[in-house]
Design a protein around this ligand. Sequence first.
Ligand SMILES: *Cc1c(COP(=O)(O)O)cnc(C)c1O
Length: 395
Amino acid sequence: MKTYQVDENGYYGRFGGSYVPEILYRCVKDLQERYLVELGSATFRQEYHRLLRDYAGRPSPLYHAARLSDRTGCKVYLKREDLNHTGAHKINNTIGQILLAQRMGKRRIIAETGAGQHGVATATVCALMDMPCVVYMGRTDVERQQPNVQRMQMLGATVIPVTSGNMTLKDATSEAIRDWCCHPADTFYIIGSTVGPHPYPDMVARLQSVISEEIKWQIREKEGRDYPDYLIACVGGGSNAAGTIYHYVDDERVKIVLAEAGGKGVCSGMSAATIRLGREGIIHGARTLVMQNDDGQIEEPYSISAGLDYPGIGPVHAYLSEQKRADVLAVDDDEALAAAFELTRLEGIIPALESAHALGALKKVRFRPSDVVVLTLSGRGDKDMDAYIRAFIKQ
Ligand SMILES: *Cc1c(COP(=O)(O)O)cnc(C)c1O
């Protein structure tokens, strides 16, 4: 049977792999050899699921959004990752990785962050486990995401502003990799999405796969069958999408729709639609689609949503798009904003701007009235109130 899961060498077709400097070879190899054994062990699973339940608040509800369904012309369920502790799906991954770090005897945690959501989720589990935490964040992001910087500091993390390049997520990631190169023996790098060298994309997808594991039994309870007709999620690096589709990716009855950030328009020069605009290249240790100019210099992406403006994309999503297993739609800033206001007024739920891109995709698909759609609401909108208020005033 054809499978879209990672192969034994860490590839999805041509995409993925592990392109790391010599000094990290040993430590990435270690991780490759250990992660499946550890994640599969009974004691890891017990501790991971206990924390997901008692600490993060899982299972997250699968909510039938009746008024949104009426408006969309099919049956829409929302997978409520916005209700997790720290406000998004990111905590599923950081809980898993810090347990792995402990089992591998690491004593220090580093992470990169763009909008600060992954930084907060990492600082949170470091406080919980009493481990020192260093978070790299571009200086531009430090300035525009102050509340998250303050949350990380209150949690006890050291936030290091990065001043190279455009001082955003890609530069923070490069700096975190540099730190890792200096401390490969005692440091565990908690990556926030399905990006980076193998095994990270597969490891993060597995840690987020609890989302589709829950969808399976929840949709069976509600619809009497364990699969929907459509799964919809937004993609930045691709982790909430990877978790949403994990247990369905080889089930062709289920259509997959991914929403990437169109920004001010795919052809406007201000976009983060990496799958549409990117060309094959290597970024942060993986072969994937990359937004780059003719000289191979990375082009700075733009989106109203700080969580979606990464110039690369998870290798799995590059592959699913190439194979036409997933339909990738670009949703522009304006469309995402409109979708966020619509959800708020129809359902009383203020979504994260990232998640609003998935909601925007609902307008671009022609559904049949009998279709059952599960859309992952990756996070809540508290952090985006400034952008929403500015948009509201303009209306
Ligand atoms: C970080 C983030 C995203 C984008 O990351 P993925 O790895 O693509 O899921 C989406 N939504 C929210 C709420 C986020 O915090």
